[in-house]
Design a protein around this ligand. Structure first.
Ligand SMILES: Cc1cc2nc3c(=O)[nH]c(=O)nc-3n(C[C@H](O)[C@H](O)[C@H](O)COP(=O)(O)O)c2cc1C
Length: 336
């Protein structure tokens, strides 16, 4: 039987299957069933920059209010940065997940501007987070801010989180960069240890009848995977980052595709929310079967065999495949 263990950001994991940031981790006992089914680590839901800043502002108001009443009160009030309100719940939950599951727990921060809020990463590390996943979810809206300014700000944010902790930091990023490989190189330069490709954009649809927004969240399908596979194949061996697929991993076959394209791990949300822990156990078993059938000793041996690491000109290769696909299209009648 092939070995299923892998590594992610220097963490030794017993399988490449990881619970992505999503409601699967909300209930600790429920989550434990996914861990028994083969999930080797858990990414918690995100704490948002806006949420943290709002808490810090509230803490300031609390302190300032007391200070006005009593000039001596500063001597016994904690520093504003250490006052904890809502994120206290997050930290308690992190501790509960660690104690109940025994697998590495990755805390998730979501933000795009460098600043005091990033120091929250330190509290998460102190609570036992094995790593931090920083989600750079951002839709550029300001016509005055150029793409390179957006990227510089995001890289500073990464640097700020990396500087706050000694545990490894991974960055979950969007596919919308002029050059994903160049941005990833900058991430590595800023001290990140891994890239999670890609964020899924929950863009509300428009309801024409009411001229309102349809904000229903639709879960993914495997159709979202190829975008990730391309990025993995392009990045593997060419940037100094571990790689995780996220988005569209629903089956053992999907996971196998991500691994041969260069992923260290696959993160799953939709398939777990839809199908439950037994489905994950069956997926892990099917993946192990595939690995053995192909004759791979372990995951590391399969990783990246389909990557573009050794392609002399990956850009030309991508364009050629694009041309081939367009030229090869046949009307339905001819395909039969
Ligand atoms: C209900 C729900 C909540 C989510 N919350 C977060 C979150 O807090 N932070 C985050 O980075 N991703 C979050 N995600 C995104 C997932 O982590 C994952 O990237 C996305 O669902 C794509 O993976 P999938 O195709 O396996 O669903 C959430 C997804 C769902 C469905």
């Amino acid at each position: 039987m092939s070995e299923l263990n892998t590594t992610w950001l220097g963490l030794a994991l017993r399988t490449p299957f990881v619970v992505a940031a999503c409601p699967v981790s909300d209930d600790v006992d429920h989550l434990a069933r996914y861990v028994e089914a083969g999930a080797s680590a858990v990414v918690m839901r995100s704490l948002f920059e806006e949420q943290i800043i709002a808490e810090q502002m509230a803490a300031h108001h609390l302190i300032d209010g007391r200070t006005d009443m009593d000039a001596e009160s500063r001597s016994f009030m904690p520093e504003s940065g250490t006052v904890t309100l809502g994120h206290e719940h997050y930290i308690r939950h992190l501790e509960r997940i660690r104690a109940r599951t025994g697998v590495p727990v990755i805390a998730s921060l979501n933000g795009v501007t460098p600043g005091g809020w990033t120091e929250m990463a330190r509290d998460l590390e102190a609570a036992g987070a094995a790593a931090i996943e920083l989600n750079l979810y951002e839709v550029a809206t300001d016509p005055q801010e150029s793409g390179s300014e957006v990227e510089t700000r995001q890289i500073e944010t990464v640097r700020s989180v990396v500087g706050a902790v000694s545990v490894p930091v991974a960055v979950k990023l969007s596919p919308f960069y002029a050059s994903v490989p160049a941005f990833c190189r900058q991430l590595a330069g800023a001290g990140a240890k891994g890239a999670v490709v890609f964020n899924r954009f929950y863009q509300p649809d428009v309801q024409l009848e009411t001229l309102d927004l349809d904000t229903n969240l639709h879960l993914s399908t495997s159709a979202e995977l190829p975008l990730r596979l391309h990025a993995l194949a392009l990045l593997h061996g060419r940037v100094a980052l571990d790689l995780s697929a996220a988005g569209g991993v629903h089956t053992a076959e999907d996971a196998a595709k991500a691994i041969v394209c260069g992923a260290n791990i696959v993160q799953m949300a939709s398939a777990l929310l839809e199908n439950g822990p037994e489905y994950l156990a069956a997926t892990v078993a099917a993946f192990a079967g595939w690995l053995a059938e192909q004759g791979y000793r372990d995951v590391a041996e399969a990783r990246g065999v389909m990557s573009l690491e050794n392609a002399p000109n990956p850009g030309a290769w991508e364009r050629l495949n694009y041309m081939r696909m367009l030229a090869g299209w046949q009307p339905r009648a001819k395909r039969r």
